[in-house]
Design a protein around this ligand. Structure first.
Ligand code: MEV
Length: 315
């Protein structure tokens, strides 16, 4: 170790369109948000997280990142503004900020694409199946689109697993106001991804839903390019209905989405679902916050167009 300590941070994200279908190589869009995960690393005698020795079962993402970086003696302290399992990308933000801090403390070159790839592999290993969407968004920040039309943004990298291939683009983030609503229920991404896989295996109907999600996502990408908020809101709500049919919504999410629609262009669950959070596109953010609160959710107005992984401090 070359330094006494490093602090790195990465943003959380929300998925605007395409979750679950993206696991099968379909298109998707995610935006980084102004809630960050902070990771401080210092040399130590064994691997420790927040004062407790690291346990592979309890901390599979951290264990994976330490293993691929060959680290056996590090003290990690974390601080997060992103509730864990809230659908807002805390595990990808943990992986990218931890990887960046480890590389910095070892005085190694930091390549943002490598951070994204390592975080993707960590999620893939833990979930058994994943897309590189969350990992790319927390590493690069701003707006990320996968398998989008080529003129939508700037190409940054390509990820491949088995039959699936994702071309990853950074896209311009137009001025839009979003409110997120957290149900307070933990979202178990691995289980939900597995549920969709089994559903697809048993039933052609589930594959049709995944293909429909692809269609609405491409339509939504076109709306973003034309700055058509009405159209974008409409396809967000359609995407929520398709995700509900796919079996990844829940009554708490449906209640928050339904209540928000009165004051929004559109609303949907975001991330893996089954709890976690929803997101509404609106020009009445205070009204949406009020209605989410009245229906049992925890709202916040989301700021987008924020930076990706950042070295905050080196000492
Ligand atoms: C989780 O944030 C999004 C999913 O599409 C899984 C993934 O893309 O890895 C459900």
């Amino acid at each position: 170790m070359f330094r006494k300590g490093v602090v790195a941070s990465s943003p959380g994200k929300f998925i605007l369109l395409g979750e679950h279908a993206v696991v099968y190589g379909k298109p998707a869009v995610a935006l980084a948000i102004n809630k960050r995960f902070l990771c401080r690393v210092q040399p130590g005698k064994i691997n420790v997280l927040n004062g407790i020795p690291i346990n592979a079962k309890m901390h599979p993402h951290i264990t994976y990142i330490l293993k691929i970086n060959g680290v056996k003696n590090i003290t990690i302290s974390t601080q997060s503004e992103i509730p864990s399992s809230s659908g807002l990308g805390s595990s990808a933000a943990l992986c990218t900020s931890l990887s960046a801090a480890i590389k910095a403390i070892k005085n190694e070159n930091i390549d943002v694409e490598d951070l994204a790839n390592d975080a993707f592999n960590a999620e893939y290993e833990v979930q058994k199946r994943a897309s590189p969407l969350d990992a790319s968004c927390s590493a690069f920040g701003k707006g990320i689109a996968l398998n989008c039309p080529k003129n939508m943004g700037k190409y940054i990298w390509t990820a491949e697993k088995g039959k699936n291939k994702w071309d990853i683009f950074e896209i311009p983030v137009p001025k839009m106001t979003f409110v997120a609503g957290y149900t307070g229920i933990k979202s178990h991404t691995g289980q939900l991804v597995e549920k969709v896989r089994k559903y697809k295996e048993r039933n052609k109907f589930a594959t049709d839903m995944v293909n429909e999600i692809e269609n609405v996502t491409l339509e939504g990408m076109n709306c973003i390019s034309k700055y058509d908020l009405t159209g974008l809101g409409r396809v967000m709500t359609q995407d929520h209905k398709l995700l509900s049919i796919l079996g990844v919504s829940c009554k708490e999410l449906n209640k928050l989405v339904d209540a928000s629609l009165r004051y929004s262009y559109g609303a949907k669950l975001t991330g893996s679902g089954g709890g976690g959070s929803m997101i509404a596109l609106t020009d009445k953010p205070d009204k949406v916050c009020e209605t989410i609160r009245m229906h049992g959710g925890a709202p916040f107005i989301v700021k987008t167009d924020v930076p990706g992984v950042t070295l905050e401090q080196e000492f």
